[in-house]
Design a protein around this ligand. Structure first.
Ligand code: TYD
Ligand code: MG
Length: 464
């Protein structure tokens, strides 16, 4: 092999580099994800600088090397652009930051292009100049999609291109405020010999986009498909390079979509935004609790309403459990939408601390709506759903339950109690079972009966 042109093996899930092929990635523990790729010499890093002074894309590297005093750096309100969707702005930490690089990941067909096109439409209507670059769809296809989402006004430009050199040139020419790259896996740089979508192409392309974003103060959204097969690198490879990482989740068979912030240099993570896919694209779901509880069986045993905090927002959801005698052998346990090990742990607490014999029962626990919720505050609701199903006794449908459960069977305090209770009240609940210790922090709430519990046994007694 020619000198300087060596190859290495990369994990296409997380980008881990290894000199030899490995069956399992030591970094992300995925199996069979290594692909061989050239690992050529890279350009010297930060050739263009990322100071964000907005002095053109190819800023002078010596100018940029001058340190600045923190008090001399000025921010203005204009640095955040509203996307027109409160749900998305909250996840972004209050709008899109100028000069930031945002990765939007998700399964193919989940609605990433649709959402970004709608965001572009809103930004353009807000007199921003937007450049949408697609490497996947033709202009005609984009036009068809745009027709579905409604009228487009203002400076919204489209470009179908996959070569980064040409894209860079177009950005320099047009000087947009916002750029969309759909998707990073179709983009390529000519200097790199591997195919588009490979780990090195995806990384190097992102590197260039990062320099453009920081150098020229342009907000860039990068779409990344989550891939399961083939040699195409997944968006996780890029997570450490970008400012903000959003994942678009949801069951493709159901119409709701959740956008979740997993990394954010400009705001908190854990925030979620909820959307619904309708005929005319994605529409915001401003009250997800109502949405999650619709169609709830009111007098079925094993169903309990709980309240989980998603970032700063309380969200009511239904926890269901089905406990049935085991036909033979080992009892079966499953947990959908929550942590399997946590459910096993809670069942062990029930056995040891409350003397329920669960060893001859199968237990299936499900968070309805297809969401994944792992907040410890759901513990008490999960326990209550299991007990309710086992006793075949329904919990009062106007009661919500939350609290963390410890190994000694104690009910521990949770955060943001007031918000949870208020949300429950808003949706017409009249009783709230919560940790005794959190009760002390609460004032009286009109029309809401607050019941404290110090341990699981006491909570079960109060509810059933
Ligand atoms: P898309 O944005 O193309 O997904 P991604 O870019 O993440 O791959 O979403 C495509 C899906 O959305 C497709 O299955 C059809 C559906 N859809 C609607 O239901 N309504 C609409 O108005 C649009 C534009 C798409
Ligand atoms: Mg798409």
């Amino acid at each position: 092999m020619a000198k300087g042109k060596t190859t290495a093996f990369f994990c296409k899930e997380c980008g881990f580099e290894s000199a030899k092929w490995l069956g399992q990635c030591p970094a992300c523990k995925e199996w069979n994800t290594f692909v061989e790729e050239p690992s050529g010499k890279r350009e010297p890093a930060a050739k263009r600088g990322i100071s964000g002074k907005g002095d053109g894309i190819a800023g002078n590297q010596f100018q940029n090397a001058k340190p600045s005093r923190l008090s001399d750096i000025h921010l203005d309100e204009q640095d955040r652009m509203k996307t027109g969707y409160e749900e998305l702005d909250r996840v972004l930490g209050g709008g899109v930051v100028k000069g930031s690089l945002v990765l939007v990941g998700g399964d193919p067909g989940i609605g990433k292009s649709t959402l970004l096109l709608q965001v572009c439409r809103n930004l353009a209507a807000d007199s921003r100049k937007v450049l949408y670059i697609s490497g996947e769809e033709s202009l005609k296809q984009i036009k068809l999609r745009a027709n579905r989402i409604g009228e487009v006004k203002g400076d919204l430009l489209f470009l179908c291109e996959t070569s980064l050199e040409l894209i860079e040139h177009a950005i320099e020419e047009e000087k947009p405020d916002v750029v969309i790259i759909d998707s990073i896996q179709t983009m390529f740089r000519e200097e790199i010999s591997s195919a588009p979508g490979s780990v090195s192409q995806v990384r190097e392309s992102t590197n260039i986009l990062m320099q453009i974003a920081k150098g020229a103060g342009i907000a860039i959204f990068i779409v990344g498909h989550v891939t399961k097969e083939g040699v195409v690198a997944g968006p996780r490879v890029l997570e450490h390079m970008v400012d903000t990482v959003l994942y678009f989740e949801g069951d493709r068979s159901a119409s709701y979509r959740i956008i979740r912030g997993v990394k954010n240099r400009f705001g908190s993570t854990n925030e979620i935004g909820v959307f619904e896919m309708v005929e005319s694209g994605l529409s915001e779901v401003k009250n997800p609790s109502e949405y999650m509880l619709s169609g709830r069986p009111e007098d079925a045993s094993g169903a309990v309403v709980a309240c989980s905090m998603e970032g700063t927002r309380p969200m009511l959801l239904e926890v269901q459990a089905l406990v049935t005698p085991t036909a033979f052998g080992m009892p079966r346990r499953t947990a959908a939408g929550t942590d399997y090990n946590r459910v096993n742990l809670l069942m062990a607490v029930l056995e040891k601390r409350c003397h329920y014999d669960l060893s001859h029962f199968d237990a299936y626990v499900n968070i309805t709506g297809g969401l994944r919720m792992n907040e410890p505050a759901l513990d008490l609701a999960i326990i209550m759903a299991i007990v309710s199903s086992m006793k075949d006794k329904a919990v009062d449908p106007k009661t919500i339950i939350f609290g963390e459960v410890g190994l000694a069977g104690e009910v521990r305090a949770v955060s943001m109690v007031q918000q949870r209770v208020n949300e429950a009240k808003k949706l017409g609940f009249n009783t709230c079972v919560m940790p005794e210790i959190s009760l002390g922090k609460m004032g009286k709430v009109e029309g809401m009966r607050l019941i404290g519990a110090t341990n699981v046994r006491e909570a079960i007694m109060r509810v059933m």
